[in-house]
Design a protein around this ligand. Sequence first.
Ligand SMILES: *Cc1c(COP(=O)(O)O)cnc(C)c1O
Length: 463
Amino acid sequence: MSRSAHPAGPRHADVLPEGHYSAPPADLNALDPKVWSHTVSRTEDGVVTVGGLEVTALAEEFGTPAYFLDESDFRERARAWRTAFGHDADVFYAGKAFLSRAVVRWLYEEGLNLDVCSGGELATALSAGMPADRIAFHGNNKSVHEIRTAVEAGVGRIVLDSFQEIVRVAHIAQSLGKRQRVQIRVTVGVEAHTHEFIATAHEDQKFGIALADGQAAEAVRRTLALDALELVGIHSHIGSQIFDMAGFEVAARRVVALLAAVRDEHGVELPEIDLGGGLGIAYTSDDDPREPHEIAKALSEIVTRECEAARLSTPRISVEPGRAIVGPTAFTLYEVGTVKPLDGLRTYVSVDGGMSDNIRTALYDAEYSVALVSRTSDAGPMLVRVVGKHCESGDIVVKDAFLPADLAPGDLIAVPATGAYCRSMASNYNHALRPPVVAVKDGAARVIVRRETEEDLLRLDVG
Ligand SMILES: *Cc1c(COP(=O)(O)O)cnc(C)c1O
């Protein structure tokens, strides 16, 4: 059966489970500014451009699949966070979302700090010239080597995640003749996902030290007793892709209660509170994320109110957005290889990448949007599932979306909002070569992470 003889859209939508697209968008050629980076638009001849460059030319020069990162959009978002939080707060970009040396330099120039959670991320940050005192080191099982490297480099804070780590970091700092600034990561019993959160006494997860049962208070006691550690604050991170501030409110209230208990027991007011990251972005037109200035206002009001009630002076707030800064700034460009209609169900569109460049759909059931970007089309909508080229049926990039029914091999399609947790989680599954990240700005494109080659693969395989 030919593609054009295969009507799609509403008819196919009937078979979708509730909560999924029930109708195709009014205009398949439209690019919703919510999910695309700021400089993305379509030329009159229908080709999509980013930073003033046509995706067809970009595909020719850099190949596909590839991530195109809109540098001015990245800088604008970083600046918006920095400005929103002002001088009484710190913004730490969570490097795990996506880290490269170019990105580190942009963050430095825009006045942000940086979170790292491994020796590799720390090495990247330091080699790009991020001052160590603007780096925070995270992780639930930092190795002795990683801790020593971080202390030696003079990182601004190490976030302690367990009782063992309190002693481990203190021992290493002492042996180096240093006093290390630390925060204690607590789990406040708030599990937040998108529009819902659950507040419980305990949290069943590997990170942090529980507030419940006086565990966190005991961690504070032990940390304050060690001369090699300077306890500067309490850290809480409640989840990811969160739209609702209510979970942060509960977390802040519980952390401030700990600060008050610490003051009562030890006579010290800890000067910092870190509320973590996890702020959501729009992956599809259904998502409505908040602006940084709204988030900053809400968080500072919550902390101020809780501290006034506890008669504490307001601590310095820090936040750690990763996704909310880099997520919306990039898209993945793919070339369509095959188009396979399954009658009565959907059409499978295979692209030249897949779960090796975007594991989030398989891992988290994440939703994405997709658009035909090398041309416009007047064809009707076709319900598609965009899949990769891996030997794995779970290799899905976009679960359910609509593309024009005349989609054909050779067309370029793009998946927006892939700046966070895509290249950083990319793998070599099936010995795939991880795609490059190309920064685009003011009509110029520059590779900031190059494409892997078969030589790169074989270099690790020592035979
Ligand atoms: C993952 C993580 C972040 C960033 O989360 P986003 O969802 O990307 O904002 C911030 N802080 C900590 C401790 C994290 O683990």
